[in-house]
Design a protein around this ligand. Structure first.
Ligand code: ADP
Length: 471
């Protein structure tokens, strides 16, 4: 949850959706582990509870922080589990005790509510880390006077990360071994937390309508497609929104100069500053392509490396910001080695720089193999930075291919995850760039798209009501 703990889009959504719901009059409490990235004490100490997840007597401390009217975050403190440099793992891989860490988190949240007599209208759990929350509710609390019939809405932000653990974990977690069955948590002899969230929640949502269809297929289901299909009647795709208080070039504190759809002078200043920041040649007439991403197979940047010779031959500049898999990083680094005046890379996590790239580039590249929603393309549209994307998930739902004749569209969209598709889209973008008139139209189309949270928050309200009615 931004700004406290962020690896990708989930953090932005976890911050923005509660804010949007609170603004609509709901009382929202967010729970977040007090990770090592979060200064201690993170808020006002409000108590502790015993949490039975393994043989040790563990307890969770709770620290509350008001974020605004109707909105608070409660940090769940347990230093042996959460006071670590990483959230889910370190460079060597996932932490070996993740099964216990996140079971602990789920049970601590439930125990906090129970012990306080605090009855929410609904729990809204996100991704595999919280997959056990509805499982615990159903296993231990169906008759609890406080939590009886409180529904869970479970949101899949990325089905590729599932939380697989040994079935032997169930015993120490206090859960019955019968849960290791095919119709519960079983995953090829192990257990799967994501499956728990999918099967034990009243409603399942995911972060775009297209991804909701895709994850019911073998190509995108990562083995869970039949489980997802079994919930098809209770599955809803709701596009993430954009928090325009954070992402708007009219008042972005990170960028060199403000701008808007009627006056792009500020954007030119942002581009000059960005070229200088990366040490690239100051040639404003050449298009500057940006990359801001986790550098993992999902995101398709190996296609960019594969197309290196063809890209070097084109009149483009490129800046990339991201961290991830060593071979993807190495591929991008090679561009810089070949032509350091045109290509720049930063393998780090830097929120301010992400804003400066959104503002200073002309185009942003997202050749994802799959993309549940994708936020970067929505941010970039507001900054007049034209997305070049593959037609998958939320990218397909948010970017419309530009048609210069009809003056319609907001970006460039290719179908096939191969270098031919990628280069076709880049060439489409370059030929549009060569004509200032149409390019200005394209920028205006993109900048005027509105992805604010209000609409999505309204859809979540309907989902919460549906969940209440179906328990
Ligand atoms: P995902 O959730 O799959 O990582 P999204 O496009 O939904 O992809 O969200 C990515 C978010 O993470 C955006 O807010 C983007 O600006 C941010 N981001 C990704 N990599 C970095 C980085 N290296 N430094 C700063 N921000 C980053």
């Amino acid at each position: 949850m931004a700004p406290w703990a962020k690896t990708g889009g989930l953090a932005d959504v976890s911050a923005a959706l509660p804010k949007a719901l609170a603004a609509r009059g709901h009382e929202v409490t967010c729970f977040l582990p007090r990770y090592g990235s979060i200064a201690f004490p993170p808020g006002r100490f409000i108590g502790s509870v015993h949490v039975p997840v393994d043989a040790l007597h563990r307890s969770a401390g709770f620290y509350e922080r008001e974020l605004g009217p109707n909105l608070r975050v409660i940090f769940v403190e347990h230093p042996p589990f959460f006071d670590r440099p990483g959230f889910y793992g370190d460079p060597g891989g996932d932490y070996g005790d993740n099964a216990f860490r996140f079971a602990f988190f789920c049970r601590a949240v439930i125990e906090f509510c129970r012990s306080r007599g605090y009855r929410p209208d609904a729990f809204h759990a996100h991704d595999w880390q919280t997959g056990l929350l509805p499982v615990y509710l159903k296993a231990f609390y169906p008759d609890d006077p406080t939590l009886y019939r409180v529904p869970t809405v479970f949101t899949v932000h990325n089905l590729a990360y599932q939380g697989h653990f040994s079935a032997a974990t169930l015993g120490p977690l206090g859960l019955p071994d019968s849960l290791a069955s095919e119709d519960a948590l079983d995953w090829k002899g192990n257990i799967c937390y994501m499956k728990g969230g999918l099967l034990f929640s009243e409603v399942v949502t995911t972060v775009s309508p297209t991804y909701a269809r895709e994850i019911q297929t073998a190509e995108f289901g990562h083995g869970l497609e039949s489980v997802v299909r079994s919930r098809a009647d209770d599955l809803v795709g709701i596009l993430n929104g954009v928090d325009y208080e954070e992402w708007d070039p009219r008042h972005d504190r990170h960028i060199a100069a403000p701008f808007d759809e009627t006056d792009h002078t500020g954007k030119a200043a942002c581009k000059r500053a960005l070229l200088a920041e990366f040490g690239l040649a100051a040639e404003p007439e050449a298009p500057l392509i940006g990359i801001i991403s986790r550098l993992v197979h999902q995101k398709g940047f190996d296609l960019v490396t594969e197309a290196m010779e063809a890209l070097l031959a084109r009149p483009i500049r490129m800046v990339a910001l991201g961290t991830g898999e060593p071979d993807v990083e190495a591929g991008l680094r090679e561009f810089m080695r070949r032509d350091p005046r045109r290509f720049g890379v930063r393998f780090q996590y830097d929120s301010g720089l992400a804003h400066r790239i959104e503002a200073g580039c002309d185009m942003i590249l997202m050749p994802s193999r799959f993309e549940p929603c994708g936020l970067t393309q929505m941010y970039s549209m507001r900054y007049g930075t034209i997305p070049i994307v593959r037609a998958t998930g939320g990218l397909a739902d948010t970017v419309e291919h530009f048609d210069p004749k009809r003056r319609k569209g907001t970006g460039f969209v290719f179908e096939h995850a191969d270098t031919t598709g990628l280069l076709w889209a880049i060439d489409e973008a370059l030929s549009a760039w060569a004509k200032p008139g149409p390019w200005t139209v394209l920028m205006q189309n993109a900048m005027s798209r509105d992805f604010s949270w209000a609409l999505s928050a309204e859809r979540y309200e309907a989902v919460y009501s549906h969940a209440q009615n179906s328990i």
